[in-house]
Design a binder for this molecule. Structure first.
Ligand code: KG4
Ligand code: ZN
Length: 321
């Protein structure tokens, strides 16, 4: 089995996955409550919390799988992109685990991990397909021709769509991270109540930095007390604008690339309206949309592992090369 760790942001995650892509354990310890009081992830606090959580999470994953390290033949870890201090906790722990057993170590890119959430059983997707990767840190359209590689067809030129969800949620007085809460609130609102235009760039790129400003103006225009009454309408209209932009570009990219299959991954792939708006697409299972280690184990199957002890000098990276 493959043992994987993921600590790129504020989730401490460990998983055991077979080489056939069957999940035996998938443990995610979220630090969201810890960061909520600051309205966002505080990198130094995240690193320290990873350090406290990493061993309990490793033990929990082994126990959930009914396995020991004897059953593991490959260790995998997210190497980047992400918060550098947070990543280093996972990388160091993975090195130590691999080193004690003289196992090889597979360094995995976080984005490859999200795409590889579609390669897990029982519902794996076979390339070629177009992949919409929509998360808190990234918004991309990927041309996936084979497992383990992709070309970038489009990307956001400013904010990620998850960031737009979180900033919008904040303007509406929801907690952090607010994407899922905004999704819930939007169900009680009228998506046509307000109009929030999303900038449309030529080609397949996205821009989400302007739309939150139009939400801000709409909120400011309301009389005191009215915000509470219109919150669900604002949430529904704002979500409609973000989802429309994603769906339009995904459709355009699928036509341009001539692909029949579309995959949707990343935290925002959990959004109920996005899932409903792309009924022909294959969205990752809900438990595999937000950051987890099962997707990292899955991606590790298509990475050349570093043999013992070459990985001891392995470094993490904060942003893509
Ligand atoms: O993939 P992820 O866990 O972390 C990154 O790699 O960024 O994505 C987290 C993002 C956050 O912005 C969160 O608000 C958003 O995914 N998110 C959602 C939903 N669930 C999570 N956004 C919209 N609707 C949801 N249901
Ligand atoms: Zn992610």
């Amino acid at each position: 089995m493959i043992f994987a760790l993921e600590t790129s942001c504020d989730e401490t995650a460990a998983a055991l996955v077979t080489h056939d892509g069957e999940i035996r354990a998938n443990v995610v310890a979220s630090q969201a409550d810890l960061h909520a009081q600051f309205g966002g992830v505080v990198p130094e606090i995240a690193s320290r919390r990873h350090l406290e959580l990493v061993l309990p999470v490793v033990r929990q994953a082994l126990s959930d799988a009914g396995a020991t390290l004897d059953d593991v033949d490959l260790v995998a870890v997210t190497r980047g992109p992400g918060l550098i201090g947070a990543l280093l906790v996972g990388v160091s722990a993975a090195k130590a685990l691999a080193w004690t057993r003289r196992l090889p170590l597979a360094p995995v890119d976080h984005l490859d991990g999200h795409v590889a959430s579609l390669y897990l059983e029982p519902d794996s997707l076979e390339p070629p397909f177009l992949c919409l990767l929509a998360s808190g840190g990234h918004t991309m359209l990927l041309d996936v021709r084979a497992r383990g590689s992709f070309g970038v067809a489009g990307r956001t030129v400013d904010d990620a769509v998850g960031e737009a969800f979180d900033k919008g949620a904040r303007l509406l007085g929801l907690g952090y991270p607010g994407g899922a809460e905004l999704d819930r609130l939007a169900r009680d609102g009228d998506p046509e109540a307000f109009s929030f235009p999303v900038a449309k760039l030529p080609g397949l790129d996205f821009s989400f930095s302007g739309v939150k400003t139009s939400l801000l103006y709409a909120v400011k225009k309301l009389q005191p007390g009215e915000l509470e009454r219109r919150r669900a309408d604002l949430a529904a209209s704002y979500q409609r604008a973000l989802v429309r932009a994603l769906v339009e570009r995904t459709d355009a990219a699928a036509q341009l690339l001539g692909v029949e299959r579309v995959g949707v991954v990343g935290g925002v792939a959990a959004n109920s309206e996005l899932r409903a708006s792309l009924p022909w697409a294959r969205a990752a299972p809900l438990s595999l949309c937000t950051d987890n280690a099962a997707m990292i184990a899955s991606a590790a199957r298509y990475v050349e592992p570093l043999p013992y002890p070459r990985y001891l000098g392995l470094d993490a990276y904060a942003s893509a090369a």
